[in-house]
Design a protein around this ligand. Sequence first.
Ligand SMILES: Nc1ncnc2c1ncn2[C@@H]1O[C@H](COP(=O)(O)OP(=O)(O)O)[C@@H](O)[C@H]1O
Ligand SMILES: [Mg+2]
Length: 249
Amino acid sequence: MSKDLKLATIAVYSLKGGVGKTTFAVNLAWAAAKRSSRRTLLWDLDPQAAATWMLSANMKGRDEAQAIFSKDVDIESLIRPSTIEGIDLIAADTSLRGLDRLFFELGKKKRLAKLTESLAKKYDRIILDCPPGLTETSEQVLRAADIVIVPVIPSPLSQRALGEVARYLVQNDGSHAPILPVYSMVDRRRKLHRETLEQNKNWPVIPMASAVEQMSARRKPIGEFAGSVPAAKQFNFLWQAIEKRLAKR
Ligand SMILES: Nc1ncnc2c1ncn2[C@@H]1O[C@H](COP(=O)(O)OP(=O)(O)O)[C@@H](O)[C@H]1O
Ligand SMILES: [Mg+2]
């Protein structure tokens, strides 16, 4: 079997909230399914459930999300189709608020990694939408991921947060997955943004765009309603870059 056909887990992660993680996760899942014809699963690990809300027709508040990690629940019973053909979803709900504690008490550092691996026959690409912070949950995520996508708003503070994650990974686990930083919500009219971009010319860039903002009103990935705007194209370029990196595994 060619390496290309192996399951890959792509985590969208940051220490910070509000940087574009959910936006990335939803649009990258769309590109995986629609552009690369990958059997795609979007796994929402954030109790705020923004990705779940964006891609679900109805939100059943069953508070079952955490059960996957604790009990003998069959993971496949919690997978359901999203509103987008080709993307399946593991929904988030408020039960995930207890996830850090649960992971801590379980003491199994690779619980999430084992679960994603168990889906290797069913999916080609699993996208993890993560809560912010450096917690038990994020440690699980970083161990399960084949690549970690970090949205970075161009500012000295965001750059610092990224440095902290990288340092943490090196200290705790020398052989961590590659990190791909991506500039998020870029406004080239701003001097600070232009100057910050100059420092890392090879990082991919997602521009600030009203079409991206509209995603939460339309509850759709940008490719579904504004596929030709520059931001949509940039998400597709980003996806191609991710596929390229994965092919090198
Ligand atoms: N490129 C962009 N252009 C315009 N608005 C954006 C862009 N990326 C994200 N946003 C908006 O910023 C807010 C935070 O984004 P979100 O993806 O929810 O971040 P996170 O998941 O990291 O908390 C949302 O309201 C989203 O619509
Ligand atoms: Mg989010």
